[in-house]
Design a protein. Structure first.
Length: 448
């Protein structure tokens, strides 16, 4: 390429919205889970990106084109220019660092910022002047500026707003969803000043085809994220409470929702187990902050209580159903289909299916759980559950469709009959996957 052509090419590149910022930035993503990996790969399709994770096994798998979360294919991974590393020094030359690590809760349902603060300390130790740090992890309003920035400053010896700059752009990843992805969901962006916000917006616009929404402050962006999941949690809690009420009335909840859904403005929420690392966790970040400010949030916590007790309700309903069907409770065998927190993913964090299993076992029933998407080692380590290979399941008195994995939806009633003793028994359909009209003879259906 001669000099004149090169100058024209550079001029075109510089005039393209978003291209200049991303081309002039050395991008790194810290945390390569459900959130961080899609972000790193999306940017890696445009420029070289450093992908950092503290788990060496995770890094080795990604280097070999394997995504254990099943979100990205080997082909997609191969098409991105991402340098994977578990060495903190790999971040030293990066000046646009995205932090996307988990923000869980502890056994007392209190926010646990440990992973986030450790990531902040690690990034701070490698931070250079002029760098921008953008947080994507879900937090309560104020956490980025009140908790994270001081750690960055202490670890780096630099001053936020002068030597380095901070932004917040909450993740909106929906695991297992191939339609609504990092690129196709509008991105909320925010920063501590307008100039930084312009850069953050342009960088994300270079890869997010849906565009960005500029929040007026970091706290607004943090609050927007936290209420997205809180709203969903409360709507599901309402459906769960209705399911409990209608069960006592001997009314099929899903039939009621189908009828009510014929009105144009009736929201299509359904009852179910609410687990995972978002909906079942995030509301506690908001309620903790509210209580610290002297306000006790009653509606949000009431919704959390309802959703957290659904495992007990389902287990109790199962026992009542067995008694009504003149089937023994003690010694009956239950097959549970699915352990992950939602359909078509391998993630078992905060899985409410595990809670359901414990509740059933307390009644003296034998439970066998299967889920081919979930790691047997993780299930055992996290919950003490020994997953059974689908081909080694013993005939059961009860089959529970707990997670709507594609294979269970496709298997339907035929799968249920195959797993039951001589094709007879009780089927518990938590996800509303089965058509009641197709129910085989000899099978009793209970659904949430």
């Amino acid at each position: 390429m001669n000099k004149a052509v090169k100058q024209i090419a550079e001029s075109v590149t510089a005039s393209t919205p978003g291209t200049l910022s991303i081309a002039n930035r050395s991008i790194a993503v810290v945390g390569l889970g459900y959130v961080g990996l899609p972000v790193a790969v999306a940017f890696g399709e445009k420029v070289n990106v450093v992908g950092f994770d503290i788990k060496e096994q995770r890094i080795e798998e990604l280097r070999n084109g394997i995504d254990a979360t099943l979100e990205l294919s080997p082909f997609t991974l191969k098409g991105a220019d991402v340098t994977y590393s578990s060495e903190a020094s790999a971040l030293r030359d990066s000046d646009f660092i995205i932090i996307a690590v988990p923000t869980p809760i502890n056994a007392q349902n209190q926010p646990d910022l440990t992973p986030l603060l450790r990531a902040s300390q690690l990034v701070g130790s490698q931070l250079q002047k002029g760098a921008i740090v953008v947080y994507e992890s879900t937090v309560y309003p104020g956490a980025t500026e009140e908790d994270c920035i001081p750690v960055l400053e202490a670890a780096s010896g630099l001053k936020a707003g002068e030597d380095f700059f901070v932004g917040y752009s909450p993740e909106r990843i929906n695991p297992g969803d191939q339609e609504h992805t990092f690129k196709t969901i509008k991105k909320i962006v925010s920063a501590q000043d307008e100039k930084t916000l312009d850069i953050v917006a342009e960088v994300y616009e270079a890869v997010v085809t849906a565009g960005v929404h500029r929040a007026s402050s970091i706290k607004v962006a943090e609050a927007a994220k936290i209420i997205e999941n809180t709203q969903r949690d409360l709507n599901i809690a309402l459906m769960n409470e209705l399911a409990i009420i209608f069960d006592r009335m001997d009314i099929d909840t899903l039939e009621v929702l189908e009828a009510a859904g014929t009105k144009w403005n009736f929201l299509p929420f359904r009852p179910g187990l609410v687990g995972g690392h978002c909906i079942g966790v995030d509301p506690f970040y908001l309620t903790m902050k509210a209580e610290a400010l002297g306000y006790h949030p009653e509606v949000i916590l009431a919704g959390r209580r309802i959703n957290d007790t659904m495992g007990r309700f389902i287990a109790t309903s199962l026992v009542k159903t067995l008694i009504k069907q003149n089937m023994p409770v003690l010694g009956s065998r239950v097959t549970v289909l699915g352990l992950s927190f939602k359909e078509n993913v391998s993630d078992i964090r905060n899985s409410k299916v595990a809670s359901l299993v414990r509740e059933i076992e307390e009644f003296g029933l034998e439970v066998q759980v299967t889920d081919r998407l979930v790691s047997k080692e993780e299930a055992c380590a996290e919950y003490g559950i020994e997953l059974v290979d689908p081909n080694e399941l013993k005939p059961a008195d009860v089959v529970i469709f707990a997670v709507s994995h594609e294979e269970y939806v496709e298997g339907g009633w035929a799968l249920a009959e195959h797993l039951l003793k001589v094709g007879r028994g009780v089927v518990i359909d938590i996800k509303g996957m089965l058509d009641p009209e197709q129910k085989p003879k000899g099978v009793h259906l209970w659904r949430l």
